[in-house]
Design a protein around this ligand. Structure first.
Ligand SMILES: NC(=O)c1ccc[n+]([C@@H]2O[C@H](COP(=O)([O-])OP(=O)(O)OC[C@H]3O[C@@H](n4cnc5c(N)ncnc54)[C@H](O)[C@@H]3O)[C@@H](O)[C@H]2O)c1
Length: 263
């Protein structure tokens, strides 16, 4: 087991990819703080994982919530060794029509939310001289996919945070990396499958010819958090079935008629 005895925190773990990440880290032996803004959801996930998991309410858009959760987690499970910044959201709209509050929400959750957790949990790791963080980016930080200006901006920013912290904290014993998932079989991707070019065209861009499974991303995260990745920091790993190496979306995906507003 790669993470035996470690204490790990996963944000946005009440469903979707975060839930899969929490499950995988527990399978690797970590004690997992299953955190989410949705208290009932993280309780459900933690209960289903069993003895190695506990639920904690954590809203990444609130400094107070992040600090309170850190205090509660560290007093219950012990000092945090591993953090997965997974909480994220998206809004799809033509850029001319993107409502101001949609931009603000996506930035607050995806970018500033990642930063808040990095600073609060990372500072404690730096003080102990040990820890590892994985930020969940996206393939959309590397391609200009229409309708996702806020999402792409935040996920690009997450890679910037990863690089700077990875370098700054390297001499202090804390590694910071990112994963860039491609098309993973989740509700978030179902929006893309139905609002954009459609499933067939999307999968034609993935050399492995299928959506990814969340546990395939989770395994990459477990590796990056573990001592097997002891000489890897400030790195962003694609987990995308070859999608980005092959190419981005087709031009049809950025035509105005395929960019209806869709939260
Ligand atoms: N689904 C994909 O294929 C895909 C691809 C690339 C990247 N990602 C990234 O992976 C992450 C998870 O995606 P998903 O598809 O599982 O999303 P999802 O919408 O299914 O789940 C997101 C979780 O985050 C929680 N959340 C939302 N706002 C929060 C807040 N303020 N504080 C704490 N928790 C909050 C939600 O309650 C939910 O449980 C996101 O960062 C997303 O950008 C997903």
């Amino acid at each position: 087991m790669k993470l035996e005895g470690r204490v790990a925190v996963v944000t946005g773990a009440g469903r979707g990819m975060g839930e899969a990440f929490a499950r995988r880290l527990a399978l690797e032996g970590a004690k997992v703080a299953v955190t989410d803004i949705d208290e009932a959801a993280c309780e459900r996930v933690a209960d289903s994982i069993g003895a190695l998991a506990l639920p904690f309410e954590l809203d990444v858009t609130s400094w107070e919530s992040v600090r309170d959760a850190q205090h509660a987690i560290e007093s219950t499970l012990g000092p945090v060794d591993a953090l997965v910044n997974n909480a994220g959201t998206t809004r799809i709209a033509r850029s001319e029509e993107l409502p101001e509050e949609w931009w603000d929400t996506v930035v607050d959750v995806n970018l500033t939310g990642t930063w808040r957790c990095c600073q609060v949990f990372g500072t404690s790791m730096v003080e102990r001289g040990y820890g590892a963080i994985v930020n969940v980016g996206s393939a959309f930080s590397e391609i200009g996919n229409g309708g996702r200006v806020a999402y792409a901006a935040t996920k690009t920013g997450v890679i910037g945070i990863t690089r700077v912290l990875g370098v700054e904290w390297a001499p202090l014993g804390v590694r910071v990396n990112a994963v860039k998932p491609g098309y993973i079989d989740t509700p978030m991707v179902q929006v893309t499958m139905t609002s954009g070019a459609g499933a067939e065209q999307l999968l034609a861009r993935v050399p492995q010819g299928r959506l990814g499974d969340a546990d395939e991303v989770a395994k990459a995260i477990a590796f990056l958090l573990s001592d097997d990745a002891s000489y890897i920091t400030a790195e962003a790993l694609r987990v995308d079935g070859g999608n980005l190496s092959y190419g981005g979306m087709t031009a049809a995906n950025v035509r105005p008629e395929s960019l209806g507003n869709d939260a």
